[in-house]
Design a protein around this ligand. Structure first.
Ligand SMILES: Cc1cc2nc3c(=O)[nH]c(=O)nc-3n(C[C@H](O)[C@H](O)[C@H](O)COP(=O)(O)OP(=O)(O)OC[C@H]3O[C@@H](n4cnc5c(N)ncnc54)[C@H](O)[C@@H]3O)c2cc1C
Length: 383
């Protein structure tokens, strides 16, 4: 069977046939993971005419970008939501510079702030002058990738394809799936979350194993979740911070923010979002979704009173710490921390890494993951 035939196989065939799939002798790159980094690596390599296959453990693409539809009349982001850069970054992700892609964004500058501090609700709207970010108007990160990236790479993704081992096989690389199927390829880009590598869910033959791989245990991969709650009334500010206002201004990886998820979006719905990430273990991420939602409602009732239960319609939770192929939120490391690009440097010109943890100054973001993928693709394309 040649590689083209293999690429054309259905996911079902891939998952059922316990055979070694051999490839023709032409350059082929396999990408592990179909999150932002995996998709962008596939996008850039495809544009350069390279034969690409993307193997994704989950049943959908996106990884930590995930869309919630049917909850409100606007789609919501269950994972990444903010564009932590200027809107021009959308074009730059695609390698098109600051081109206007026609994607509507909003200037996300909350106007009303409250702090829940020592049992008291305090206002501090002065922050309206200091905090400013960008968000999508009527789409999501998932919608962005769906419009601009998926058309050229969607057919190259195989789902429910969880990789367990990467090893050398002659001059090629063999990638083993959890059902016993192996795929051979010339080069591999691994874009799985750091947590997957930390837990050793993918093993490497000695010659491909990054020399200092065990050092990734020193990097914090924090936990976290998001929740959206729909209410009949809007009783909350644009942003509510749990803790003293000095905490909001602190530069820390751990964050817990309630926010008006409908802010400047084209909807009349009252949607309160909750974003929680932490470097330390979180009690809430150990709860089941219903218990977590109940816990949030109890907390909100303690802050705002009976209006919460009176007005609550429904809610949804995305617990990233319990998501089987993600197992957390994102890497949380400062400049002084160990150099991740050094630990996950290319091995033998065959194995490359990309993903948010390798986003350097933009790490822990979607665009950082995308830029790391561009860098891995460029290294592969180097003559
Ligand atoms: C709660 C939360 C809020 C966030 N908010 C923002 C935000 O507002 N703005 C922002 O820019 N960023 C945000 N981020 C970070 C952003 O989501 C990530 O940085 C980015 O999406 C990571 O992309 P990635 O491709 O590196 O990894 P992922 O998206 O995790 O993709 C990796 C893929 O690998 C797959 N995989 C895992 N193991 C295997 C295996 N063994 N075999 C095959 N496939 C495998 C996974 O299923 C996954 O699809 C947020 C993240 C979280 C969790």
């Amino acid at each position: 069977m040649d590689r083209r035939t293999f690429v054309g196989l259905s996911a079902a065939t891939l998952l059922c046939a316990p055979t070694l799939v051999r490839a023709q002798r032409r350059r082929h790159v396999t990408i592990i993971g179909a999150g932002s980094a995996g998709l962008m690596a596939a996008y850039h390599l495809t544009q350069a005419g390279v034969d690409v296959l993307v193997l994704e453990a989950a049943a959908d693409w996106g990884g930590r970008i995930k869309r919630l539809t049917g909850f409100s009349d606007v789609p919501l982001d269950l994972g990444a939501e903010w564009i932590h850069d200027d809107p021009g970054v959308l074009g730059r992700i695609l390698g098109k510079g600051d081109t206007d892609l026609g994607v509507k964004t909003i200037n996300y500058q909350p106007q009303t702030y409250q702090f829940w501090d020592q049992g008291r609700l305090r206002n501090f709207d002065a922050l309206r002058h200091t905090y400013r970010e960008v968000k999508f108007y009527d789409t999501t990160w998932y919608g962005f990738f769906e419009s601009f990236v998926l058309p050229s790479v969607g057919s190259k993704i195989r789902y429910n394809a969880q990789i367990t081992r990467i090893e050398t096989q002659g001059t090629e690389v063999s990638i083993r799936l959890n059902n016993g199927v192996s795929v051979t390829t010339d080069q591999v880009i691994v874009t799985v979350p750091l947590s997957v590598l930390q837990k050793g869910h993918i093993s490497f033959s000695q010659d491909l194993r990054p020399r200092n791989l065990s050092d990734i245990q020193d990097i914090t991969f924090g936990g976290g979740f998001k929740a959206f709650l729909k209410f009949k009334e809007r009783f909350y500010p644009d942003m509510l911070y749990d803790g003293p206002r000095s905490g909001f201004l602190e530069d820390t990886w751990s964050e817990k923010l309630y926010f008006d998820a409908a802010f400047r979006k084209p909807t009349q719905d009252n949607i309160l979002g909750l974003f929680t990430v932490s470097e330390d273990p979180l009690r809430r991420t150990t709860l089941g979704d219903q218990a977590l939602l109940a816990d949030i409602l109890t907390e909100l009732t303690g802050i705002f009173g009976p209006v919460v239960t009176r007005s609550f319609q429904h809610g949804v939770v995305q617990n990233w710490s319990q998501s089987p192929h993600i197992m957390g939120a994102y890497s949380m490391t400062n400049d002084s921390a160990r150099d991740i690009p050094d630990i996950l440097a290319p091995v033998a010109g065959k194995l490359f890494f990309a993903g948010e943890a390798l986003g350097q100054a933009d790490r822990s973001t979607v665009h950082g993951a995308a830029f790391s993928a561009r860098s891995a693709a460029d290294q592969i394309l180097m003559p």
